[in-house]
Structure formats: C-alpha cells, structure tokens
Design a protein around this ligand. Structure first.
Ligand code: HEC
Length: 118
C-alpha cells in the first residue's frame, strides 16, 4: 500500500513535470511561429515610365533581383549596358528580342547608369 502511494505520487510529479515541459515547449513553438519573418523580397527594379522598364521587369527579373543592376558603376554609359544585356542574352540565354534591346538599354542607362536624371 505504502509503496503504491509513493509510486503514484512520483508519477503524479512526473506528469506535472511533463505538463510543464509541454507548456514551455508549446509556448516556445508558438512564440517562434509568431516571430517568423520572411526574408526580405529581392530588390526590385526602379519604376520608370520608359518602355524598357516593363521589358526589364518581365525579362531580367526572371533570373535575378535588381541588386545586380544596382551594383553596376553609376557612371556606366550606354555601351556598357548594351554589352551587359547582350551578355545576358548570349551567355545566359535570356529570352530578349533584339528589337527590345535598345529599349531595355535606354531604361538601364537612364535608371542605373550615367544618363540618370540628377
Ligand atoms: C537567363 C537568366 C538571366 C536573365 C534573363 C538575365 N540575367 Fe543577368 N545575370 C544572370 C546570371 C546567371 C548572372 C550572374 C553572372 C555572373 O556571376 O557572372 C547575371 C548577372 C547580371 C549582372 C551583374 C553583372 C555581371 O556581369 O555579372 C547584371 C548587371 C545583369 N545580370 C543584368 C541583367 C539584365 C539587365 C537583364 C535583362 C535584360 C538580365 N540580367 C537578365 C542571368 C540572367
């Protein structure tokens, strides 16, 4: 009898400890699920009225964020951007129509290059 009682008390204590653990881990899980933040979206292209903007959004953003454009030299002139767009097309098989290249280059030079409005 005495032995059974102490067993019961021990298992009751064990149950209490387990409950406490469950509560703590449950709260921790809840807290972490509340604090989950998505990684920041990739840098997007700067908006522009130029027709090349929509083209660049459709074509260039398919492979990488606009960070790549942002980190080009700000004094980069048109030929630099033209070479870049051509490189994307020939090396990485970017689906760019030849007819769209001047539009995209205009947009890039005026948005990220030396033709920027100051
Ligand atoms: C098919 C995928 C693809 C498309 C579409 C694409 N790129 Fe890229 N681009 C890449 C890859 C891959 C790199 C990384 C190249 C490297 O590390 O050498 C890159 C790198 C760049 C860079 C960084 C400079 C460099 O030489 O690495 C710039 C600027 C850039 N791309 C601009 C553009 C522009 C502008 C367009 C749209 C006209 C475009 N990309 C479309 C795949 C693409």
């Amino acid at each position: 009898m005495h032995r059974d009682e102490s067993m019961n008390r021990r298992s009751a204590r064990l149950a209490a400890v387990l409950m406490a653990l469950l509560l703590v881990t449950g709260q921790a899980a809840q807290a972490s699920s509340k604090s989950i933040t998505l990684p920041p979206d990739g840098v997007t292209l700067k908006a522009s009225d130029l027709p090349g903007y929509a083209k660049a959004q459709a074509i260039c953003a398919a492979c990488h964020s606009a960070e790549y454009m942002q980190f080009q030299p700000p004094n980069a002139a048109r030929p630099y951007w033209e070479a870049m767009v051509n490189r994307m097309k020939t090396v990485f098989k970017a689906p760019i129509d030849d007819a769209d290249i001047p539009l995209i280059v205009d947009y890039l030079a005026q948005t990220y290059g030396n033709q920027r409005a100051h």
